[in-house]
Design a protein. Sequence first.
Length: 202
Amino acid sequence: MVRWTYGKLSAHGKSDMSTTTPLPKLTAEQRRAAAGQFERASQVLKGGDHDYGLQLLFTCCKIDPANLIYRQSMRQTQRAKYKNNETGQSMAFVRSLWGRLRLKKAMLRGDYLDALLLSEQLFMRNPWDLQTHLVMAKAFEELEWPDHALWTLEQIRSSHPQEPRVNRPLARLYEKRGNFNQAIALAGTLKPLVNLAVVNAL
């Protein structure tokens, strides 16, 4: 069982977007365990075994949830498994209904670390699922990990470039980060929706 203690740090493998972001403080043993699993996953994936590789990467994310490198590798592998078909497993939505309910309950009780794990499990069936990306980004924001939330939204925007549920929080995160040009560009995609709302209100 992994036991967590929390503190503010800048750890290897973490983004340095904000020095005040609270991240899990791992023991040396936990860090070695995660690194070992990641190294083994890399070896397995070279042999083409996506399923076993994903199990190992999932363990990495469970041990060290704030390490973005593990998640990036996991998402890349999940998409490669489905040959980048942008739909994932056949009947993925129906097969993941119970998982979606569990994810909703985790968010409602404020268990955001559990929500991250449940989101990753849903991505095992469809790594392009829009709603799961939105929930994961929200969980990251609640944990005060804005760089992780930004990455999550960027991952899904290529499939949904005009989706306001993606562009609105992404524009806000870009603004907070000081990427004003990107924030303004995204805000431009929201203007027609704003204008339509004004017209409807008249």
